[in-house]
Design a protein around this ligand. Structure first.
Ligand code: GN1
Ligand code: CA
Ligand code: CA
Length: 247
């Protein structure tokens, strides 16, 4: 009975295989091949917003704006430190003393070593080279000065003591009456005024042609011949003058 059932099933299976093998392709091909093209579908829904693009180059510089209104005043500053004026005054005072000492030292060097005398404005120099009046004047000018012109008693005394200390008896000074007899003028063209240092009896134009002036070591003046060859005294301004007249 079981054998009969098994045989029947086996037969059925073989029959099925045969059927599939010989006719299956045709049956399945109807389901795998694409169908006819369908009609165009309707418009789809709008997509999502795309990603943000790359940043562009910077724009051009704008115009300068209008100046704003002035701001409020700032806060008051802290009080300054009080000046120690007393201390500074003392320092300045000491400096003045030192400057004064230095000036005296320079004066000493000038007087003793260089052998000159000076007033506040001028320096005087005895030139120990015997020369006629005209050459003496040229020599002083070449040195940057002129023949000494004592115009007051103090200056005259200073030059006189200088002549005396130098062991000399007479020197030419810058005074003459070459242009008009008896009318003495200094080499800068100025005439004699309040002060004169004439020796008693002078000027006497003794040898008719005494048109130049010497100073004796006493400080007295005497008119002498211009061709006399003697030492002379030059004077120099200490400070440069704005419009100096050649004398
Ligand atoms: C006379 O004496 P003595 O030589 O210092 C003269 C001057 C003349 C000078 C000329 C008082 O001076 O006037 O200039 O000779 N003195 C008197 O060398 O006559
Ligand atoms: Ca004369
Ligand atoms: Ca004379």
């Amino acid at each position: 009975m079981d054998n009969q059932k098994l045989t029947g099933n086996l037969l059925l299976l073989l029959l099925f295989q045969h059927f599939i093998f010989n006719y299956g392709t045709e049956v399945c091909s109807n389901t795998i091949l694409p169908g006819m093209k369908g009609e165009q579908g309707g418009k789809g829904d709008e997509g999502e917003e795309g990603k943000m693009g790359k940043m562009g180059p910077p724009g051009l510089k704008g115009d300068k704006g209008v100046k704003g209104i002035e701001g409020p005043p700032g806060f008051k500053g802290k009080p300054g430190i009080t000046c120690d004026c007393g201390r500074y005054r003392k320092v300045v005072g000491q400096m003045d003393i030192n400057i004064s000492k230095l000036k005296n030292s320079v004066k000493f060097v000038k007087n003793v070593i260089l052998g000159v005398k000076e007033t506040d404005e001028k320096v005087y120099l005895i030139v120990k080279e015997a020369k006629k009046y005209k050459e003496a004047l040229i020599n002083c000018r070449l040195r940057g000065g002129t023949l000494a012109m004592p115009k007051d008693e103090d200056t005259n005394s200073l030059i006189a003591s200088y002549v005396s200390q130098a062991g000399l008896t007479r020197v030419f000074i810058g005074l003459h009456d070459s242009d008009k007899e008896g009318q003495f003028v200094y080499v800068d063209g100025t005439p004699l005024q309040n002060y004169t240092g004439w020796s008693p009896g002078e000027p006497n134009n003794a040898f008719v042609n005494e048109n130049c002036v010497e100073m004796e070591n006493t400080g007295f003046w005497n008119d002498v011949e211009c061709d006399l060859t003697i030492y002379f005294v030059c004077e120099f301004w200490k400070k440069r003058r704005a419009a100096a007249t050649v004398t």
